[in-house]
Design a protein around this ligand. Structure first.
Ligand SMILES: [Zn+2]
Length: 263
């Protein structure tokens, strides 16, 4: 079995002072590829650095809506140059977050618009972060004149209607630890109805640890617990859901085949 953690933050140095050790534990648990996601220039730079150091690591670079108050045009320039590194496979995580109010909706929208345009220009897929803002984000994506090549809603937490709208738009869905939580029956029902060829498996480490580690620091090595939860929702074996989600990661992020080493 091979699994790909398509969204985690080993690039956060406080949470992961030794990312190499976390990668080794991931590998022991069949997680042989890991995508590190940036939230601003510093974390995006670190994601690319780690991707250059470790062959199993890829970078997603971008400016998170919660940091949009500090967003600048020079920041965008740096994201643009990082996005052109060979290790960078997508723009993210970008989007809208109305749960916290670290940045105004206007600041978030400006920051996200610029990066969606950048992704479309560079032909890169986009990983969206969305919290308590699905209606606005989906309205906006539906009206886009020049949408990016592929779009994913990371850690999907919308309702059934949001999921249907996103599906109609061709969006992909990030599935994380919450599908294993006791009171997540609504989410489980929604995930069980998602198109299986558009599900991306992710830990969002160090956040969102799956049951029975909820509330503790998460890491890519815990991805098999999420895969087990997904497999039971989809009524298939963990091996089958690993095969499907690994192939999905290949397609969404256009990752090189496993036996091909470009660098
Ligand atoms: Zn994240």
């Amino acid at each position: 079995m091979r699994l790909t953690d398509t969204h985690c933050h080993l690039n956060l140095t406080d949470a992961f002072p030794d990312p190499g050790a976390a990668l080794a534990r991931a590998k022991e648990n069949n997680v042989d590829r890991v995508l590190l996601v940036g939230m601003d220039t510093e974390t995006s730079r670190r994601a690319v650095e780690l991707a250059k150091e470790h062959e199993c690591v890829y970078a997603v670079v971008g400016w998170h809506p919660n940091y949009a108050a500090n967003y600048t045009s020079s920041g965008l320039k740096e994201i643009e140059s990082l996005a052109q590194e060979p290790e960078a496979v997508a723009i993210g995580e970008i989007g809208l977050d109305y749960h916290w109010d670290y940045a105004s909706p206007e600041q978030q929208r400006l920051c996200t618009t610029d990066q969606v345009e950048l992704a479309a220009d560079l032909g890169l897929p986009v990983v969206f972060h969305c919290r308590d803002a699905y209606a606005d984000l989906l309205d906006w994506l539906e009206a886009l004149q020049n949408p990016p090549v592929r779009m994913a809603l990371h850690c999907f937490s919308g309702d059934e209607r949001d999921a249907l709208r996103a599906r109609a738009l061709g969006c992909w869905f990030g599935v994380d630890g919450p599908i294993t939580y006791k009171k997540a029956d609504d989410l489980r029902r929604i995930v069980s109805q998602m198109p299986t060829d558009r599900i991306l498996l992710e830990t969002d480490s160090p956040y969102m640890a799956p049951h029975p580690y909820r509330g503790r620091p998460n890491e890519p090595a815990m991805l098999p617990l999420i895969n087990d939860g997904l497999a039971s929702l989809l009524k298939m074996s963990p091996e089958q859901s690993a095969d499907i989600t690994t192939a999905n990661a290949d397609r969404f992020f256009a990752l090189p085949p496993a036996n091909f080493t470009p660098r």
